[in-house]
Write a protein of this length. Structure first.
Length: 424
């Protein structure tokens, strides 16, 4: 186990780095929900343009398992730290290039093609980042506090979302819409230059995981970690995937779909919707570590199951509250939903990491986490938008879809072993 000062340094570095990477990733989601249909798909009608923007958004999720496999392999063979630096660089450069990208009116069909390519690079980077960040926190910590330490990496996600939406809202509200669509939308992406510099400075200063260093001294490990995981731990990979379905799908409905649904279908102001996501993200920053710490005391399974069950009951009320068009109730709906999500997300990092041995842990945790991303989170806004279109704007089919996601997660977590006291 590391010294307390080393643990704090690693947790802070992982938290800040993850915040920056998810700022990059979520910034795209906000832009896809609000402006990319006009910039990159102007020849399509509003609903079809939004669908097309969400298709490019989903590409990043399909790239995440690829990144998880590639960086998981090298993270288990070479080390955690090198992968964290590499993935941060990939994400930062891709985000900056999106900010410099010509639109459809400037270069035609090449604009959406290049957009999809850069989105793939974003997804590839973030797919490899998560495993390294959580393992650094988990493998530096003591058994009784792993959930708490690793949850701070998870807390970087709502902070990234908070920053992405705050910057987007500030820029969009400080200028006329024509100026924003002309050049203002680029500003949040180009700010990635500053964030990349900060993140690289911090991550280069952390030390390698002591658990991995010790294990590497003892043996060379499997030649191909991903094959060893699939051979020795197929059940845990599948159950980790299933555990993510509700967590991932609900999150992107609460934070991405609500922006397009509220503005296009319900006629609400974009600022009100962004405010709801901002407030919900701020609340998550507090409750994610709390749920992580709670899982150290009660166990990962009961806390995770409680979150999934709560969201299953909240699927219909969420839409009822949003459809009132009352800003206070919309904010409350998003906040309540994200608290339920945090009950799963807080314990998740330690939970998944503890399911696998040290020499295959990066590959195993990344694979279980990232394989669910395209099926749950990546497709959720797209499926929900299609369901809304087919039902002439009725939200109940989306709520039923979310109930199915919750059922998959409840069964998966019920079947997985408890890990909170497991030795690494």
């Amino acid at each position: 186990m590391s010294k307390p000062s080393d643990i704090r340094r690693v947790v802070i570095a992982s938290f800040i780095g993850t915040t920056i990477e998810w700022y990059d990733f979520f910034l795209y989601g906000t832009a896809a929900a609000l402006v990319f249909n006009k910039l990159f798909f102007p020849t399509l009608e509003l609903q079809q343009g939004t669908m097309a923007a969400f298709v490019t958004y989903a590409v990043g999720f399909f790239a995440r398992p690829v990144g998880g496999i590639v960086f998981g392999h090298f993270g288990d063979k070479i080390g955690r730290k090198a992968m964290l630096v590499t993935t941060l660089m990939l994400m930062g450069v891709a985000t900056i290039l999106i900010g410099l990208l010509p639109t459809y009116n400037q270069i035609g069909i090449w604009a959406p093609i290049l957009l999809v390519t850069l989105r793939f690079v974003q997804g590839f980077g973030v797919g490899g980042e998560w495993g390294g960040a959580v393992l650094m926190a988990v493998e530096h910590g003591a058994a009784g506090k792993r959930g708490f330490y690793a949850s701070w990496v998870q807390a970087g996600v709502p902070v990234g979302l908070l920053l992405a939406n705050a910057v987007f809202m500030f820029v969009s509200s400080s200028m006329e819409e024509t100026a924003f669509l002309s050049w203002g939308w680029r500003v949040p992406f180009l700010l990635g230059v500053l964030l990349l510099g900060v993140g690289m400075f911090i991550r280069l200063k952390i030390i390698e995981s002591p658990v991995f260093t010790e294990a590497k001294k003892e043996d060379a490990g499997p030649k191909i970690p991903i094959l060893a995981v699939l051979r020795d731990h197929p059940r845990n990979v599948l159950l980790a995937m299933g555990a993510r379905f509700a967590e991932n799908a609900f999150f992107y409905i609460f934070t991405v779909l609500v922006l397009s649904y509220g503005s296009q279908q319900l006629g609400m102001a974009k600022v009100s919707l962004l405010n709801a996501v901002l407030i919900g993200s701020a609340v998550q920053l507090v409750v994610i570590p709390w749920f992580g710490a709670l899982s150290d005391r009660l166990g990962r399974r009961p806390v995770y199951l409680g979150g999934a069950l709560f969201l299953a009951f909240f699927a219909f009320p969420f839409f009822w509250m949003v459809e009132t068009r009352q800003p206070v109730l919309v904010v409350l709906a998003v906040v309540i939903g994200l608290i339920g999500h945090a009950a799963m997300y807080g314990p998740q990092a330690a939970f998944f990491s503890e399911l696998f041995g040290t020499r295959v842990r990066y590959s195993g945790a990344s694979l279980g986490y990232q394989l669910a991303s395209p099926l749950a989170g990546g497709l959720a806004p797209l499926i929900a938008t299609k369901l809304l279109e087919e039902s002439s704007g009725a939200s109940w089919p989306v709520a039923v879809y979310l109930l199915v996601m919750a059922a998959i997660t409840l069964v998966s977590v019920w079947l997985v072993e408890e890990t909170n006291r497991k030795a690494l």
